[in-house]
Design a protein. Structure first.
Length: 94
């Protein structure tokens, strides 16, 4: 795994995730973004899902050496609907 230059960004379609994706790509990394919204960055692998979706998470992490965990519910309604299990998963970073 010494030469592995693949990174996963959870919640990578936001402002910070977009900037991070662009910088990682510029540095020669392969980038996977796990999010519910497609990022506006060309060259990333988009995985539609959340950190509590085990299948999507497994796909995003496959072959990954680095994880940048930026995912969290956004907005009052989504936060209310997320429930305690979501917040526990976010804090633990699954």
């Amino acid at each position: 795994m010494a030469g592995n230059k693949r990174a996963c960004i959870t919640g990578g379609s936001g402002l910070i995730g977009t900037a991070l994706s662009q910088e990682l790509l510029r540095r020669g990394y392969e980038v996977a973004v796990l999010d519910k919204k497609r990022p506006n960055v060309e060259g990333v692998e988009f995985i539609n899902g959340t950190v509590i979706d085990r299948s999507a998470l497994d796909k995003a992490l496959r072959g990954t050496r680095f994880v940048f965990h930026l995912a969290s519910p956004v907005g009052v309604q989504e936060t209310d609907e997320a429930g305690l299990d979501t917040f526990i998963a976010i804090m633990r970073g699954i």
